[in-house]
Ligand binder design. Structure first.
Ligand code: ADP
Length: 221
């Protein structure tokens, strides 16, 4: 069962594609952003603390994030039988901590889903998300019925951190904190680059091919 990390700018399509990849390979999709948003809407102390950082586009401190991942990745935990990580790791420190926690069960592949800045800016500014099932829409491609989700009937809204200021801050932090991770995985021979521009189904096929090609080259998965 593959152990994958999906990297990419905000708005690259990581969330959607990570979910599809996880279904395809029969493993768990884990999004740290989703965990934080769910906890924030439940109003837990942990969620409200995370929300303070998220709403301004800042990163949640490493200690908090690593604590969450540590529990999920512990032997016998929910990620024991393979996973697609989405939104983690996001700093070099988190990448090193991930290696530590995975001790003896290394990642198979980190995939950089590459989309140019102009495209993600447009996607993020127009992005609307179902508050219930997280399905992603765009103002130019809304649900068929008055911002009610086509899939689950939930309300389709703008994310609190999809404001212009928070988007700028998130993209700036991506360059500073997350881009170094791409080099970290490249140096380990564990990186695949996938073009994230184009129709969702085509991007998905490219991702599946990248995983399968890497697996046959390494005779694993
Ligand atoms: P995006 O990639 O569009 O910013 P996510 O849902 O992945 O969306 O993350 C939303 C927010 O959650 C981030 O801006 C950050 O505040 C917080 N977050 C998620 N994952 C991490 C992480 N690994 N480290 C620090 N903060 C995180």
């Amino acid at each position: 069962m593959p152990r994958l990390v999906l990297l990419g700018k905000q708005g690259a399509g990581k969330g959607t594609q990570a979910g599809r990849l996880a279904d395809h390979f029969g493993v768990v999709h884990l999004s740290t952003g989703e965990i934080f948003r769910a906890q924030a809407s439940l109003g837990t102390a942990f969620g409200l603390e995370a929300k303070r950082y998220m709403d301004s586009g800042d990163l949640v401190p490493d200690e908090i994030v690593v604590g969450v991942i540590d529990e999920c990745l512990a032997p016998g935990g929910p990620l024991e039988d393979g996973f697609v990580l989405d939104g983690f790791p996001r700093t070099l420190y988190q990448a090193q901590e991930l290696d530590r926690v995975l001790d003896g069960r290394p990642l198979d592949l980190a995939i950089n889903l590459d989309v140019p800045r102009e495209i993600v800016l447009d996607r993020l500014a127009g992005r609307r998300v179902c508050d219930n099932c997280q399905r992603v829409y765009h103002v130019n491609l809304p649900p068929s019925n008055d911002w009610i989700c086509d899939t689950c009937g939930g309300p389709v809204v703008q994310r609190d951190d999809d404001t212009e200021e928070a988007i700028d801050r998130r993209l700036e932090l991506y360059e500073q904190e997350t881009v170094p991770i791409i080099e970290y995985y490249r140096a380990k021979g564990m990186l695949a680059e996938v073009d994230g521009v184009g129709e969702g189904d085509k991007v998905f096929d490219r991702l599946v091919n990248a995983v399968n090609e890497h697996a046959s080259a390494n005779d694993s998965v």
